[in-house]
Design a protein around this ligand. Structure first.
Ligand SMILES: C[S@@+](CC[C@H](N)C(=O)[O-])C[C@H]1O[C@@H](n2cnc3c(N)ncnc32)[C@H](O)[C@@H]1O
Length: 428
């Protein structure tokens, strides 16, 4: 058994799922040959500072070239064939249909090889996002757990991709697909959080003399029913000489949220409010807009939500607007890719998409750069089946850089900060 076979077996045993692992035609063709990138100089576009490239050819070879060049990417997004059985997945030059009993096994083998190399193109702070639907979501999740490690699972985004009528399913209208996200190292990944606009949050409704520095506040019960700790269960003396306990009495299950020392600090620094209610005394923490519970300045931020809404119809309209014809089915909406790119804090993100299709990811990358004056770069790999790479992937992004007249006859300015190079993957 070779080292590679051993590795597959070990992963298969770990995740409890097996698939056939045969050499693909493209691997056989590549055996004993050199892999090269041949630039098509006539397709160079733009003179801007942000450099992007399209690699035309099989992504297994393209990924191997990037690996050999020791390239690393901060963000990888892919939208592989969903393997629905409706002529969307080609394996060894033939479409895999619903009758193929090994269709899932072939898809797993295809994805396994590519994802293993993708992992090597990530550094410790990188993330990978993979679009998928119900046809392969379950298998992809297990496969990624095996390759990236289940500890590095970040989230499974649920994307509302359509609405209204025209549902595919006979039983239940499914209007969602998914996007799995894995970190190369969950402890190092730092996805951007969403700033909370406390100004328009009605929760912050009280004002006091600290308004300028601390902002408005809301009241949070000091009394807390969670894991019990004896040290947080102590009496508090009220202004009329009463002693009160969390939950009304000493003992489980209630405690105060703050220790005795912290409470004393809170009272001294006006972070605590006592209120006499009909049921007795209550103690509250003032939760301010602009400072934390130690009076340190803070910006309120929340993690992004995994429920997203970017319609497929929008993706098709956007592409048609640029190319003036409907020649690519189901491009992802640019907004989805801008959202994904925006999850990475840096403005210098190196982005890779190796199932690029119509090249939505590159357009999104250039548009995000335009919005925040960023320097992100994008590498796309995609095959040239039906001349997609030349006539859609390249043509779309050429027009985005050079400017174009859209399907409504309106002139759209080019994004001049960019330049694009085009390469063919060759076996020599
Ligand atoms: C689902 S589409 C991606 C659509 C893309 N996200 C967009 O917004 O346009 C997948 C693309 O990957 C291409 N593809 C499939 N297998 C490939 C392979 N082995 N190497 C390179 N490209 C491949 C397909 O031809 C197709 O264009």
């Amino acid at each position: 058994m070779t080292k590679v076979d051993k590795r597959i077996k070990e992963i298969q045993q770990r995740i409890g799922l097996i698939w056939e692992d045969k050499k693909e035609e493209i691997e056989k063709q590549a055996q004993g040959k050199n892999l090269e990138l041949q630039e098509i100089v006539s397709r160079k576009v733009g003179k801007g500072k942000n450099q992007h490239r399209i690699l035309e050819g099989d992504n297994l070879l393209g990924l191997q070239i990037l690996k050999k060049a020791k390239e690393k990417f901060d963000l990888i997004y892919i939208d592989p064939p969903y393997n629905t059985g409706n002529k969307d997945f080609k394996y060894n030059d033939s479409f895999i249909d619903k009758e193929d009993q090994f269709r899932h096994s072939k898809w797993m083998s295809f994805m396994y090889k590519r994802l293993c190399i993708a992992k090597e193109l990530m550094h410790s702070k990188s993330a990978i996002f993979i679009s998928i639907d119900d046809a392969e979501q379950a298998r992809l999740k297990l496969l990624c757990d095996g390759i990236f490690g289940s500890d590095n699972f970040v989230a499974q985004f649920i994307r509302k991709n359509k609405g209204g009528s025209g549902h595919d399913s006979k039983q239940i209208a499914v209007e969602f697909d998914y996007m799995l996200c894995y970190a190369r190292d969950i402890n190092k990944l730092e996805l951007k959080k969403e700033k909370v606009d406390t100004g328009s949050d009605p929760k912050y409704r009280y004002k006091d003399s600290h308004l300028d520095k601390r902002g408005k506040y809301y009241l949070r019960d000091l009394d807390y029913k969670g894991s019990y700790s004896k040290s947080l269960d102590y009496p508090i003396l009220t202004s009329d000489g009463n002693e009160i306990y969390p939950g009304g009495a000493l003992g489980k299950p209630n405690t105060w949220r703050w220790s005795k020392e912290k409470l004393e600090w809170g009272i001294k620094n006006d972070f605590i409010v006592f209120k006499k209610r009909a049921s007795g005394w209550k103690v509250y923490i003032k939760q301010y807009e602009f400072v934390d519970n130690l009076d340190r300045k803070r910006e309120r931020k929340l993690p992004q939500r995994a429920l997203i809404d970017f319609s497929n119809a929008k993706g098709s309209t956007e592409l048609k607007r640029i190319l003036q014809q409907d020649i690519f089915s189901f491009p992802k909406p640019v907004g989805l890719l801008k959202y994904v790119i925006g999850l990475i804090e840096s403005k210098n993100t190196k982005v890779l998409d190796f199932f690029a299709g119509s090249g939505t990811t590159m357009q999104a990358c250039m548009e995000v750069n335009e919005q925040d004056q960023g320097n992100r770069s994008c590498t796309l790999i995609t095959n040239n089946e039906n001349k997609i790479c030349e006539e859609v992937t390249y043509e779309r992004n050429r027009r985005i850089i050079e400017g174009f007249t859209n399907s409504n006859g309106k002139k759209v300015n080019g994004l001049k900060n960019n330049q694009l190079s085009y390469y063919q993957i060759q076996l020599k």
